[in-house]
Design a protein. Sequence first.
Lengths: 142, 142
Amino acid sequence: MGEKNDCLKLENQMCFPLYAAAREVVKLYRPHLDKLNLTYTQYIAMMVLWERGQCSVKELGEKLCLDSGTLTPVVKSLEQKGFVRRFRSSEDERILLVELTDSGRSLSDSARDIPERVGACLNLTPEEGAVLHGLLYKILGR
Amino acid sequence: MGEKNDCLKLENQMCFPLYAAAREVVKLYRPHLDKLNLTYTQYIAMMVLWERGQCSVKELGEKLCLDSGTLTPVVKSLEQKGFVRRFRSSEDERILLVELTDSGRSLSDSARDIPERVGACLNLTPEEGAVLHGLLYKILGR
DNA sequence: CTTAATTTAATTGTGTTCAATTTAATTATA
DNA sequence: TATAATTAAATTGAACACAATTAAATTAAG
């Protein structure tokens, strides 16, 4: 039979379901984020800021596993929308600090119920969710 | 305490580790795929073709959870590289069929060891891999 | 102190990803 | 049969994602 190529079948790979499921879950967020005038990437950047209030682009990149090529336009767009301020650190002018505005901070009120709403569409039990969460963080080495 | 916002912490979300891990795993493929002159998206399209030999853009999209906006340039690029031929079905001119060339078919020889090499970098036991695989397919509803 | 190395963002170019629209072909309906 | 509805790809425009390069600021080394 052709089982010499079974290793190349889509359903036997890890990459395919991982990548497809990730895009699927991001799509579940979209209608909720539209109401906040945020894209998904802007949303996860805001989550870091809701937790910290302020951080540098470098720290944002470390938290989100994204580089400045991605983050520079994301942060500029958040500034355009009035959710953050951008300014250079006075101690080290290389560092760009990103800080929540009042508008950006209060946006978390409208975001608070999104994870639960999305989670309910996921068809995973809480136990399955916890297992998946753990395995993903193991892949991320965190 | 601030636990009213715990639900908005990055590490308590499903979306973040899922999306980040997916990109991380795609990055693991890149050096191997560079040798085949394939991007990741081109690679998963080729996997469908290695299995079927020929299929329509629509079928490719259903298998990969991608639409024609993504696949049209991917398939054109594969044609440029000489790995596939594109032609309209004679029975239904709406349908674009994509077919492996000899060059595209023989590329699978060089691809066969990639999944194992990438898997070895993943730091998951076979059991963990199987569990993850099952949970991801559950999210995908397949 | 001066030069070299490093660090931080920004920029550039390629390749997705997706929503929305368009075009052409086919099928269903009046 | 004409017309309407549907289907399959392609196109368009916006937003990532990332490698590679650049520019400016800081730090380290001679």
